[in-house]
Every structure is written in structure tokens, then in C-alpha cells.
Design a protein around this ligand. Sequence first.
Ligand code: ZN
Length: 165
Amino acid sequence: MAKLKIFLAAFALTVFVSGACSEDAPPPDVQVLGVITPDKTEVFMQIAAEMSRYPLPASARPVVFILPSEEMGPLLGAFNCADPNVVLVNIDTPPDLRAGVIVHEFVHFLQCQAGQLPAAPTCEQRAAFEAEAYTAEYRFELKYLKVHRPLDVTTSNCENRGITE
Ligand SMILES: [Zn+2]
């Protein structure tokens, strides 16, 4: 466990300076600043499975691209089940949130792998999948980073506030 904590601390410093892998095609028409290495991707996928109710897929793994904030807008991370091989992370994500954001997006990847993400979800469905991803993200932060953030996503607020990605 100590080894993982050291890795995670190093991750925040190193992830955004890793170079793009030539084998991986970046998303079209966007400026890619970097990509997370496969070994780090594997660690975070195992954590996402551990922190959620989803099994670890045998081999399917997305490529995590780091994009400038001009491409990401207000989003810290993004995943689209229609393009499940790609996870996007905003380079302006604060360092202490980066690992959690990847766990969050990987839970969406696992939801997609499990065939549970509808193409056109209702607000309530969307909120439920977000709550699941945030729960895993915050469980990860509590267990591995010793940071507690209260969960503030419910399925009852669809009419009152927007649901973030
Ligand atoms: Zn989300």
C-alpha cells in the first residue's frame, strides 16, 4: 500500500509531462499535450474496479489523453461511451484532483464496458451514473489519499441543477 501511495504522489508530478505514445491515435482535431502510460493506466483501472461494483475487464483499456483547457472547457475529465477507447483529462486539473478524476472517468469506462450506459440517458439515469463515479472517486481519495470529500450528487436534483461530467 505504501508503494501505491508513493506512486500516486509521483503520478501527480509526472503524468502531465509524459510524451504522447506514437502507437495511439489522438482524438481528431484537438491539441494533445500528453498521454498516460499503459502501466499507470492499468493501476488506475484496477483501482476503478476496486472502488466500484464493476469487474476489471480482461484486456480493454482506454488511452488517457491530456488536453489543454481550451479543448476541455470547464470539464476536468471526459468519457464518451460512443468512443470508449479514449478518456480525456484537462491539463488544468488541480494536481490533488488528477488521480481522482481519472478514477472517475474510468468508472464511466467500466459502466460502458458493462453495457449499462444508455445512448440517451434520462437526467435521473445520468445522475445515477455520475453518483456512482463520484462515489468511487471519493472512496479512492479517502482510502489512498486520506482526503475526505462529502458526496454531493443525488438523483433528486435533476430539475434544480446541472449534472457535471
Ligand atoms: Zn462523470
